[in-house]
Design a protein around this ligand. Structure first.
Ligand code: NAP
Length: 483
């Protein structure tokens, strides 16, 4: 099954438009989370390799930055087309290394490719501004230039989309990049590089260096004065470390970090629509998403109906190897992830939660955990404050609007919140009081390449997607002119 799929997948480092082994010969295994078997051995970049990648990105910078925006746009557009041409192969590869069901991987591939199409369209809209200085009458000319070499660090939960969400805007802006993918899922990005080459991305513009020594390798790059941007998606804990590292050379940071999303159901909501939304908000990517609904707050009057319908839907999901058609729930990415979910459920149950479905780790190979609904989860359960990152819905009830706003905001995170109500006035009023970067109002999914994705508080700094996403890779230059 693997051989065919992995036949043309490269496993070395992609630096300066060439495949090369790690300078110290190190490699590491990539594991199939459904079988726990090894699927590939990948080169592990050393600090010297990281330096070589920055050399390549730095050498390519002037040429790429000087290309006409239209040329960069057409290369990105071609990259979009090539991914879609090969969409099924990319989807299977994502499932193989990440575990998620094919249906999720197919959705991810389309989402990932769309960042190239969107930023092909944005590359030609790098707008500046001109105004007249009020006192001197000089002209204030402000324009945006490529910020320079960008280091991109991505997580395992969306091996394609979290990377294209950075590569797309960076290349559109005229930056060159060095990408370090997550060690659990390096294959998807390595497999993308031939497509980018075919699309016309010149050597050195996009480099990929998987590494088991992420801390050392990323730190070395952030201390290289040629690196001007670090764009990170991952945990808040690692994000904080990188912010400290970035401070040494005053490198511009963009941070997409953890979340703890509330999902609020008011008593006037369309409950069936709320269930559809809940299934996406909770189960997209099997709950392994920073945007995953973590805490369900259901108004008392509709609690019984909502929890029964959610339980029925969750119990109906088929669990199995994500490569099998019809499977909705694959394994979680690795043993640590699966064990963490199990421990969070045990903790909640110990503190009074009632299991409505699931809650029992299956025997046998693979990092599986079933779709689980817990009711009456207490406030001191760890899962109310920590990202579950798995297929577990935790339900609590609430009485009033003010109460649910307060409880929703009572977290260090501020990525996304969801709410369901048929009263749009209430929907807007509550949305504005929720301290989150994104709100799903009667929607269970907010991710869209054309929208500014990002969080408040400890969920991050900056935005990805939309017009804002390209600004992360641009520097504003102001020219004061007299004429
Ligand atoms: P992670 O442990 O923070 O790892 C993310 C990336 O950082 C990986 O490439 C990892 O490499 C690397 N890394 C780890 N330690 C590092 C260090 N000391 N210095 C430099 N790089 C380091 O996160 P994860 O477990 O992969 O992903 C899950 C987290 O990502 C969750 O918290 C989730 O909420 C967050 N996330 C956020 C968003 C968003 O847009 N806000 C989107 C998706 C995911 P290795 O794999 O080699 O360790």
């Amino acid at each position: 099954m693997y051989d065919n799929l992995l036949e043309k997948v490269p496993t070395d480092l992609w630096i300066g438009g060439k495949w090369r082994k790690a300078s110290d010969g190190q490699r590491f295994d990539v594991i199939d989370p459904a079988t726990e078997g090894v699927i590939a051995s990948v080169a592990s970049a050393s600090v010297d390799d990281a330096k070589a990648a920055v050399d390549a990105a730095s050498d390519a910078l002037a040429g790429w930055g000087a290309k006409k925006p239209r040329e960069r746009a057409e290369i990105l557009r071609k990259a979009f087309e090539l991914i879609m041409r090969d969409a099924e192969r990319f989807a299977k590869l994502i499932t193989l290394e990440n575990g998620k069901a094919l249906v999720d991987s197919r959705a991810e591939v389309a989402y990932a490719a769309e960042f190239f199409r969107w930023y092909a369209e944005e590359a030609v809209r790098n707008l500046g501004q001109m105004s007249i200085a009020p006192s001197s009458g000089a002209r204030i000319l402000a324009q945006h230039k490529p910020a320079g070499v960008a280091v991109l660090v991505t997580p395992w939960n969306f091996p394609a989309a979290m990377a294209t969400r950075k590569i797309g805007p960076a290349l559109a802006a005229g930056c060159t990049v060095v990408l370090k993918p997550a060690s659990d899922t390096p294959l998807t990005m390595l497999a993308l590089m031939p497509a980018l080459e075919e699309a016309g991305v010149p050597p050195g513009v996009c480099n990929v260096i998987p590494s088991r020594s992420s801390g050392k390798v990323v730190s070395a790059m952030l201390h290289d004065p040629r690196v001007r941007v670090v764009s990170f998606t991952g945990s808040t804990e690692v994000g904080r470390k990188l912010l400290h590292e970035a401070a040494d050379n005053v490198v511009k940071p963009a941070m997409e970090l953890g979340g703890n999303a509330p999902f609020i159901v008011f008593e006037d909501a369309d409950i069936d629509a709320a269930i559809d939304g809940a299934m996406i908000a909770k189960m997209r990517n099997m709950g392994e998403a920073c945007t995953a609904a973590n805490r369900f707050y259901v108004q008392e009057k509709v609690h019984a109906e909502f929890s029964k319908k959610l339980t029925d839907r969750m119990a109906g999901l088929k669990m199995g190897n994500g490569l099998t058609e019809g499977v909705a729930l694959g394994p979680l990415v690795n043993k640590e992830g699966r064990d963490k979910v199990r421990e969070l459920v045990e903790d909640a149950v110990k503190k009074g939660a009632r299991i409505l479905t699931g809650g029992k780790q299956p025997e046998g190979k693979g990092y599986f955990y079933p779709a689980t609904v817990l009711d009456n989860v207490s406030n001191d359960a760890l899962m109310m404050n920590d990202e579950i990152f798995g297929p577990v819905a935790a339900i609590q009830t609430f009485k009033t609007e003010d109460e649910v706003i307060k409880r929703s905001n009572d977290t260090e995170y501020g990525l996304v919140a969801y709410l369901y109500t048929k009263d749009l006035t209430r929907g807007m009023r509550v949305s504005e009081k929720l301290d989150f970067g994104m709100i799903g109002l009667n929607r269970g999914v907010v991710s869209d390449p054309a929208a500014p994705f990002g969080g408040t508080k400890q969920s991050g700094i900056g935005r990805e997607g939309g017009h804002e996403g390209m600004m992360e890779f641009l520097e504003t230059q102001y020219i004061s002119v007299s004429w």
